[in-house]
Design a protein around this ligand. Structure first.
Ligand code: ADP
Ligand code: MG
Length: 738
């Protein structure tokens, strides 16, 4: 495999490329596209250059001076470079070279050069230290070229590393373009599409994206590859969907007078119109002998659980079992309690005593249950005694099996990816029906991309009687005294008979937080590369502190976090649910689903450490019982700090859709299509799910048509190969033939 690349660019270059870029194949390198293009004739505006990142920029030398260093041997060459094109206020950068003999000789005033390095700030001034540079006036790559043509020629800027400049990468790729026969490269785009869209042929497109003569060259090439990327992705999803739909499932038809009918009769409220409509859709799909694969999107509190429970009852009525998968133990336990409570006499578990054999047994199965209890739960699942099994990813483990699993419900999708869905599906002899629920509203294109293998339903109204949540940012940097106000405000809430959540980013003073495995959301530290030097609020420290807080004297306060013993955790939750514990100090274990109607205030400490959708989820825990809720986002960051933008955004609206758009804008693309969520392991190169909505929509249309007409893609071998490559990049097969 490696030979292909070595043979074309040489052993040494191949080794460098592998070491710094991790690329080992011809295809991998050809698809290493420039991030942007510089205009040879234009200087890069220095004020727009990002700090602390590897940058490539073009500038003119203003001055060059060299002096001996005082403390040690050697010399220091200071070069000042500027973006001044002759008018206006120039931006300047001081570039320092230690023993920079070549810089001293070559970077003479007036010269234009490309620089590559990390821009830092010393005091007030911007600077570069020992950057690589390339003189543009005498670029060895372009000897004797017509100066006018040369000026129009864009310079590709590749994502570079500290050790490998953009122009070194460019040079290697130029060699590759010379030695590979581009004409025989496979083309995943069907000819009809290329014709319709007037796309460049694939060979041409590779040449122009890496070595454009003019700006339209790379623009056209990029359009093509972007579309290609979208089509491969959408075809992968369409094929997956077609394969799933072609499978045979057991139809679970509604019973004339079963549990579901009895359940509907005893419901203490009327279903919302949305719940009824989605319920009908699910009922019809469950009754078919092809598997349902559906995503249910609904705001926090929109009542997804009832919808899921009704579907589960239909399956149980038809003689099958249903499994409900929750992302955390706390949530699984809470679902277990509340589902049994909601079912009342229809739940057969002896808790309430004496119900007929027609009732359904609801069973909890989590990883940290005592062995005996867990064994019994596994036995009940395997024997079919348990009609509804509720659990965490412990349900995914090998030794859990079901008698006849008819429906899988996944609550809060963002923690469960395609792979986990597949493991669960494998628990049934015939493919089970699948319902995935998420409270994180998903923009249409993201849904198409991330959940493109699922049909979508939306619950867009909240049940009546939901009270509004008011959110405030509490900036301790400008109002340190407000910290004390938090506790007197909490006391007011408690005196009124209500309860309070306090959320901290950490468990103890010496840990990194309480994030469950597979956490999709990046922490604020990931988003900003901050080093987290300040001490963050932790559950143990806050509980300690509140003990001595006069405003909360005599108030029962309890900690809750992921590292506690499961029995303690469920006792704590029970005590909070029963309104004995008044203040719950916890990590994000309460992020999803926890439902205590009497809680009206949530204080989130160091709220800037959480992402937008996490904050939105968290605050959805208050304002549930018809009582207005308040959420305080506490931060020590200065006003104007970029992370405070997230907090302001969350405070400004309770519209989850708006927030998730905002969230996506602030996140990196790779995080959106994280490995387990995208159905493939590659990250997108040219496609941006928010920006390129039209491309994605067109590609989806095309993909549905192609896959619909030719499910095995027999007539589109290059597309099929590209899909395989996308799904299994380590196979490295695609393009290697070139
Ligand atoms: P989520 O969509 O966030 O999972 P839940 O299913 O937990 O929401 O529902 C939130 C609360 O609303 C629960 O206490 C549930 O019993 C209640 N609820 C659900 N549907 C209705 C309805 N149609 N009318 C009134 N209350 C409802
Ligand atoms: Mg829920």
């Amino acid at each position: 495999m490696h030979l292909g690349l070595e043979r074309r660019i040489g052993k040494r270059s191949a080794a460098v490329i592998e070491k710094h870029l991790g690329i080992t194949t011809v295809g991998g390198l050809l698809n290493y596209f420039p991030r942007r293009y510089l205009n040879r004739g234009e200087l890069t505006p220095i004020s727009e250059v990002p700090l602390d990142e590897e940058v490539t920029l073009i500038a003119r030398v203003v001055s060059n001076s060299t002096r001996a260093m005082r403390a040690r041997r050697g010399s220091l060459t200071d070069v000042v470079i500027s973006d001044d094109a002759g008018t206006g206020l120039p931006g300047t950068l001081k570039v320092s070279f230690f023993n920079g003999f070549r810089a001293k000789a070559e970077l003479q005033p007036g010269r234009r050069a490309m620089f590559s390095g990390k821009v830092t700030r010393y005091g007030g001034a911007l600077g570069l230290t020992n950057p690589d540079f390339l003189l543009l006036d005498e670029d060895p790559e372009t000897p004797g070229m017509d100066p006018e043509k040369l000026a129009a020629m864009p310079i590709p800027v590749y994502p570079a590393t500290a050790k490998l400049t953009s122009w070194s990468i460019q040079k290697v790729i130029a060699t590759l373009l010379d030695t590979v026969d581009l004409e025989v490269l496979p083309d995943p785009l069907p000819a009809e599409i290329s014709g319709r869209e007037k796309f460049l042929p694939v060979a041409d497109a590779y040449r122009r994206i890496h070595a454009p003569q003019t700006a339209p060259d790379w623009q056209r090439a990029r359009d093509r590859f972007r579309y290609q990327e979208a089509l491969v992705l959408q075809s992968a999803l369409a094929r997956r969907r077609a394969l799933l739909a072609a499978e045979e499932a057991t139809a679970r038809r509604p019973a004339a007078d079963g549990l579901l009918t009895a359940f509907d009769r005893q419901l203490p409220f009327t279903l919302t119109a949305g719940q009824t409509a989605v319920g009908k859709t699910l009922a019809a799909e469950l009754a078919q002998d092809s598997p349902m694969n559906r995503l249910l999107q609904g705001e926090v509190g929109s009542g997804k659980t009832i919808v899921a429970l009704r579907a589960m009852l239909q399956v149980v009525d038809a003689g099958g079992q249903a499994a409900l998968l929750a992302p955390t133990e706390v949530l699984a336990a809470q679902h277990f309690d509340s589902i049994r409570r909601t079912l009342g006499p229809l739940s057969r578990d002896g808790l309430l005593g004496g119900f007929g054999p027609d009732a359904v047994q609801v069973t909890l199965l989590t990883g940290s249950m005592p062995t005996a209890t867990r064994k019994q739960a596994m036995l009940d699942a395997a024997s079919g005694t348990a009609g509804i099994v509720i659990g965490t990813h412990a349900l995914l483990s090998d030794n859990v099996s079901f008698y006849d699993l008819g429906l899988i419900v996944v609550d809060e999708q963002h923690r469960f990816g395609v792979e986990q869905r597949d493991v669960l599906r494998s628990k049934a002899s015939k493919p089970p029906h699948l319902l995935v629920m998420t409270a994180t509203p998903i923009p249409r294109t993201v849904a198409m991309t991330v959940f493109g293998d699922l049909e979508t339903s939306i619950l867009d109204e909240l049940p009546a009687g939901r009270a509004p949540i008011t959110t405030h940012v509490v900036g301790l940097a400008e109002h340190p005294a407000w910290f004390g106000r938090l506790w007197s405000r909490s006391r007011e809430e408690i005196d009124a008979g209500h309860q309070v959540y306090i959320v901290c980013p950490k468990i103890g003073t010496d840990d990194d937080g309480d994030f469950s495995p597979g956490e999709a959301e990046p922490s604020a530290a990931d988003l900003e590369g901050e080093n987290g030097a300040r001490e963050l609020a932790s559950v143990t420290a806050v509980v300690e502190q509140l003990r001595d807080e006069p405003a909360l004297a005599g108030v029962p306060v309890a900690p809750l976090h992921g590292r506690q013993d499961p029995v303690l955790k469920s006792d704590t939750m029970a005590s909070f649910t029963a309104n004995q514990t008044k203040v719950l100090v916890s990590t994000t274990v309460i992020e999803v689903g926890v439902d205590v109607h009497n809680a009206t205030l949530m204080v989130i400490l160091d709220a800037d450490r959480f992402g937008i959708s996490q904050l939105h989820q968290l605050r959805g825990r208050v304002g549930r019982g018809g009582l207005p809720g308040t959420c305080l986002l506490v931060t020590t960051l200065e006003p104007g700090h970029p992370s405070r933008r997230r907090l302001e955004a969350v405070a400004a609206t309770t519209d989850g859709f708006e927030l998730s758009q905002e969230d996506l804008k602030l996140r990196r693309e790779g995080d959106i299509l994280g490995a387990s969520q995208s159905g493939g392991r590659s990250t997108l190169k040219l496609l941006r799910v928010l920006e390129h909505e039209d491309v994605i929509a067109r590609a989806r249309q095309d993909a549905l048509q192609i896959v619909g007409a030719d499910p095995s893609l027999g007539a589109h071998p290059d597309l099929a190969a590209a899909i395989d490559e996308y799904l299994n990049p380590e196979k490295e097969a695609f393009l290697e033939r070139g």
